[in-house]
Design a protein around this ligand. Structure first.
Ligand code: NDP
Ligand code: 2IT
Length: 449
């Protein structure tokens, strides 16, 4: 499936060799390099200047101990990470993930993708990512606070509003950002609102940041539907996997645009409701009560809960994977194709395995990679930084309009780049080439960095 030429292939092999065992990172690198042959033919300077080798090596990677006391007065030790990947376009920018599966390979895959995603937003933000193998599930509020304080007690020395600006990702929402912001402020004795994004509205947060990734994904998908199929969300059957921040606000916007979301999931199973997911119930269960999806079916008799099942077996028109990496494999892709799915746009980062992506493209299913379609979250984080820097507060509608125009702009960059390389409608190629060229063209004039 690869179109890599021998030079790029040798670069890829050396990246694999110097980052042993980090399979998700290898996968993310390969996705980009697989698209670059045509670009390197036009831009031999990228090879001469060793742009790929330089971009693939993080500027800095920090790993640290996070000791904290649980509610039983037992000491717990977790590992913290921050990869400061590329500051070519601006301060490092990217979320923090708290999940037991976190290790260097996950942080580096996310940080690497973030470079190109952030480039596509056009907002002057570099790429970074961080997190911990801490598992927030089943932890009390006090435990989460103590963990976040300990995490920031080390992280604070590596970040500030001009250097590196973290935000949320899986397991990190407004609650965790609040605890981390409080600890940062206390240590540095500065009310430096722009050091973190995704903050509460009362202390420098931006309206629309909570909704941004999900809304942005749907704005992008709406444009994909219009441009390629001359249609809209009206009457479309949609599946949104996950039931966290991205999924909830993707569902909200799809419903507003007249689509019907018939299923969503968590890591234990999925709910299927042909009458459409009830968003008020879903929000209350997940955001207020912090309960599992099983509670949903207790309240809605039209819905079924399927433990451990495969959500992609349900026939749909549009699939929006919004839970985690590699959640659509080849088998699921083939089922989606067979059932007539027309569009797959990623809310999560790298949710589709490479063979599944290939299957979608071969079957003419329109596929958009997360680095384009889920960029609305980080884009609105950059809008939050802008408000913090100018001590301004925008209305919901103003921030939402900005988000929408950024997503349309990202769409057009991908679409037009694909057209320029004679692969109209190939958002995989369009996004990867457009993102890579922005970083490469900005980096070269800066000399040997
Ligand atoms: P949340 O923590 O709010 O929700 C994550 C959801 O995904 C939950 O439903 C969770 O289920 C499920 N999930 C997480 N890990 C796994 C797993 N290993 N297997 C199966 N299901 C899993 O995170 P977000 O909604 O913020 O993030 C979802 C995706 O979107 C991630 O890929 C993230 O990187 C990406 N993203 C997030 C952005 C943001 O602004 N938040 C921006 C751009 C991308 P359970 O509760 O059972 O764990
Ligand atoms: O993957 C992502 O783009 C995010 N988790 C959001 C990052 C951010 O800085 O808002």
């Amino acid at each position: 499936m690869s179109s890599m030429d021998s030079k790029v292939s040798a670069i890829y092999d050396s990246i694999v060799k110097r980052n042993p065992g980090e399979v998700e990172f290898h996968q993310a690198v390969r996705e980009v390099l697989d698209q670059l042959d045509v670009v390197l033919e036009r831009h031999p300077e990228y090879l001469d200047q060793k742009v790929i080798e330089r971009i693939a090596e993080p500027e800095r990677m920090i790993t640290f101990r996070v000791p904290w006391m649980d509610d039983k007065n037992q000491i717990q030790v977790n590992r913290g990470f921050r990869v400061q990947y590329s500051s070519v376009l601006g301060p490092y920018k990217g979320g923090l993930r708290f999940h037991p599966t976190v290790y260097s390979g996950i942080i580096k895959f996310l940080g690497f993708e973030q470079i190109f995603k952030n480039a596509l937003t056009g907002q002057g933000i570099g790429g970074g990512k961080g997190g911990s193998d801490f598992d927030p599930k089943g932890k009390s509020d006090n435990e989460v606070m103590r963990f976040c304080q300990s995490f920031m007690t080390e992280l604070y020395r590596h970040i500030n509003d001009f250097t590196d600006v973290p935000a949320g990702d899986i397991g990190v929402g407004a609650r965790e950002i609040g605890y981390m912001f409080g600890q940062y402020k206390r240590i540095v004795n500065r009310y430096e609102a722009g050091v973190l994004t995704g903050k509460g509205l009362a202390y420098g947060g931006s309206l629309v940041r909570t909704e941004a990734t999900g809304y942005g994904l749907v704005y992008f998908t709406d444009e994909v539907l219009r441009k390629n199929l001359g249609t809209s969300f009206e009457g479309k059957k949609c599946i949104v996997s996950g039931s966290g921040n991205v999924a909830i606000y993707a569902i909200e916007k799809i419903q507003e645009l007249g689509g019907k979301v018939i299923a969503c999931s968590d890591s234990n199973g999925y709910i299927h409701d042909e009458t459409g997911i009830n968003l008020d119930t879903l929000k209350r269960i997940k955001e207020v009560e912090r309960k599992r999806l099983t509670s949903y079916v207790e309240e809605h008799k039209s819905a079924k809960y399927i433990a451990g099942g495969n959500i992609w077996e349900i026939p749909c028109d549009v699939a929006l994977p919004s839970a985690t990496q590699n959640e659509i494999n080849l088998e699921s892709a083939e089922i989606l194709i067979k059932n007539g799915c027309k569009v797959v746009t990623e809310g999560a980062n790298m949710p589709t395995t490479p063979d599944a992506v290939h299957a979608f493209i071969e079957a003419n299913v329109i596929y958009a990679p997360g680095k384009a379609s889920n960029a609305g979250g980080v884009a609105t984080s950059a809008l939050e930084m802008q408000q913090n820097a100018s001590r301004d507060r925008w209305t919901f509608d103003y921030a939402d309009q900005k988000l929408k125009s950024i997503m349309l702009n990202i769409h057009d960059q991908c679409y037009n780049t694909a057209a320029e390389y004679n692969v109209i409608g190939n958002y995989l190629k369009g996004a990867n080439i457009a993102g890579f060229c922005i970083v490469a063209d900005t980096m070269i004039p800066m000399g040997l960095i």
